[in-house]
Design a protein around this ligand. Structure first.
Ligand SMILES: Nc1nc2c(ncn2[C@@H]2O[C@H](COP(=O)(O)OP(=O)(O)O)[C@@H](O)[C@H]2O)c(=O)[nH]1
Ligand SMILES: [Mg+2]
Length: 387
């Protein structure tokens, strides 16, 4: 007991960021859960960090936040994808502006792989999302992709989790659609909206089939002024291709819509089902997006996808960690050196050398204290009271 108290008194919480103001993980998590935007921003930076010393702090933070959000009503995640200039930021500003005016908290994460080279299109996005960039109920943030597309899914999912932890009801993810990143984005959002520019056939030609297949809504944007006629033609061209696509869900045929942020729209009108044949203002899409999400939710598909993702990332992360250990753990390095000598002397086969290495790795492991062993009993060394 005394040893336990001593350990508590000696405990120093890990310190993050050696900036003017140092934060403990506990303080950071606490501030974030109370909706502090600076804490949210710092937390996203922390989980995006690839520095080894930030790793444990990130894990602790995400554990606390995940526990917190499991007690709340889940928030809505909407992915907006499309080529640069198609109007994604303006679209989010229109819907998001309407949502914040009704007291809904809105977060926007823009994921743009090119922003790493160009120094960031965030400035462009922030000027397009003028209202959201300064409204007290919204949070706008650019998320780098860590330079490779595979990294997009996990760090952006973690950023989304943190936004949920900070109490945002809706999170939009804006992403430039290129190949693989579409799949990763579709994995982390509930509703995937693909914006398409009015263009005579070229857009459909250049579009990867997979991109269309991920879309829950396909929206020809900028259907106004001199582009209106072309927008209708584009819609017509896409109709066949969309009808022939393999469906993501048997119960859902992705609607093909026309939209313009110049379309007449009265925010104060009651939000009913809009006429999907006319040109819609982005705000009029909101009931359609949430209606689809409700359908997914009722079928348990949102929860199912979240769990499947968590399992997949755990497996990927575990393999990465093991690879890391083989490279950096002193005991494993020493064991490997010894095995290399045995291999050189011809006294051991590669197969058994590999098995020896893996046994050393297993020996260093720690199980979760309350998990049953493979024989169905709980681990012996943990006293029953502690469980
Ligand atoms: N005519 C028209 N222009 C639009 C519309 N939405 C956006 N734009 C313009 O398209 C350009 C690119 O918009 P932006 O939202 O930054 O596109 P993003 O790169 O996809 O985020 C800007 O000049 C916008 O003013 C629209 O509905 N109609
Ligand atoms: Mg943009």
């Amino acid at each position: 007991m005394t040893a336990f108290l001593g350990a508590i008194l000696r405990y120093r919480p890990p310190v993050l960021f050696q900036s003017s103001r140092a934060f403990s993980t506990h303080e950071l998590a606490n501030n974030l859960i109370h909706g502090d935007r600076v804490a949210l921003s710092r937390s996203i930076t922390l989980v995006e960090s690839s520095l080894a010393e930030h790793r444990v702090a990130s894990e602790n933070l995400l554990d606390v936040v995940s526990r917190e959000i499991s007690r709340r009503k889940s928030s809505i995640r909407i992915g907006i994808s499309g080529s640069p200039g198609v109007g994604k930021s303006s679209f989010i500003e229109s819907i998001g502006g309407w949502l914040v005016s009704r007291g809904t908290k809105v977060a926007v994460l823009t994921i743009d792989p090119s922003s790493m080279q160009s120094g960031g299109s965030l400035l462009g996005d922030k000027t397009r999302m003028e209202l959201l960039a300064r409204h007290p109920l919204s949070f706008v943030r650019s998320t780098p992709t860590r330079g490779f597309l595979g990294g997009l899914s996990r760090s952006s999912d973690e950023a989304l989790t943190l936004c949920e932890g900070a109490g945002y009801d809706v999170t939009f993810v804006e992403s430039v659609g290129i190949g693989q990143s579409e799949t990763a984005l579709a994995d982390v959002v509930d509703v995937f909206v693909l914006l398409i520019a009015p263009s005579a056939g070229d857009e459909l030609q250049g579009m990867k089939k997979g991109v269309l297949e991920h879309a829950d809504f396909i929206v020809i944007n900028k259907a106004d002024g001199s582009l209106l006629k072309l927008s209708k033609e584009t819609k017509h061209e896409f109709a066949l291709s969309v009808a022939m696509n393999r469906r993501k869900h048997s119960f859902w045929q992705p609607p093909l819509l026309l939209s313009s942020n110049r379309a007449p729209y009265d925010q104060n009108e009651p939000q009913g089902e809009p006429d999907t044949d006319s040109v819609l203002h982005p705000g009029q899409l909101w009931p359609l997006l949430t209606g689809f999400r409700d359908q997914l939710d009722r079928r348990g598909l949102i929860e199912k996808k979240k769990i499947a993702n968590r399992i997949a990332w755990t497996d990927t992360e575990a393999v990465e960690l093991a690879r890391d250990l083989f490279k950096n753990d002193p005991e494993l390095i020493a064991e490997r050196q010894y095995l290399i000598q045995q291999l050189s002397a011809g006294s051991m086969s590669s197969r058994s050398a590999a098995r020896h290495l893996v046994s050393t790795l297993r020996g260093s492991g720690q199980r979760m204290p309350d998990r049953p062993t493979s024989r169905g009993q709980k681990k012996k060394q943990i006293p029953a009271k502690a469980q």
